[in-house]
Ligand binder design. Structure first.
Ligand SMILES: [Ca+2]
Ligand SMILES: [Ca+2]
Length: 176
């Protein structure tokens, strides 16, 4: 199995490694990868095969006492075409810092309504995510993924009833 990339990170006084993982939206439904987190030669996490159709998964593993972390993406054994693997919002939580609790504003499947005139809809949950379009006041949608904390906001992926679907910040959404 081919290893697409393997940055090695030295750790010191770090308790947890967190990340959101998935095949980039630019690959559509294509691509097939496996995400793995290794520490000191032992595998701590394995995502299983993920494709462009897979929902984003969350990695949250303890790396306490480990000296070296490796983030590995394999081609899932079928070549690397469209294998655009994203480690989104990857971060270490150091000793003495409690990870912020994930937002509980919505749940998957909730119906939500837009409360601003121009709510950005992005391809990835970040202010630097590609802008797919806008949703306007009163537009409705269904929560299909999230939350992701990034760029100082909590993001939810919304299947809007019309217009662009994608990631929006929770500040301008209310539960119906
Ligand atoms: Ca592949
Ligand atoms: Ca839609």
């Amino acid at each position: 199995m081919r290893i697409l990339k393997s940055p090695t990170i030295s750790t010191n006084s770090i308790l947890f490694f967190l990340s959101d993982i998935g095949v980039d939206d630019e690959s559509g439904s294509a691509g097939s990868v496996v995400f793995q987190v290794w520490a000191d030669g032992a595998k701590l996490y394995d995502s299983g095969v993920m494709t462009g159709n897979s929902a984003t998964k969350k990695v949250n593993v303890s790396v306490s006492g480990k000296s070296q972390i490796k983030l590995i993406v394999t081609d899932a054994g079928d070549g690397k075409n469209s294998d655009h693997a994203d480690w989104a919002n990857a971060r270490f939580i150091p000793a003495g810092v409690t990870p912020p609790p994930p937002s509980v504003k919505f749940s998957i499947g909730d119906r939500v309504s837009v409360t601003t005139s121009y709510l950005s809809v992005r391809a990835t949950p970040s202010l630097s995510g590609f802008l797919l379009g806008y949703q306007s006041y009163g537009k409705l949608g269904t929560v299909i993924d999230g939350p992701v904390s990034a760029s100082g906001y909590n993001w939810w992926k919304i299947n809007y009833d019309s217009g662009a679907d994608g990631w929006s910040v929770e500040n301008y959404l209310v539960k119906k």
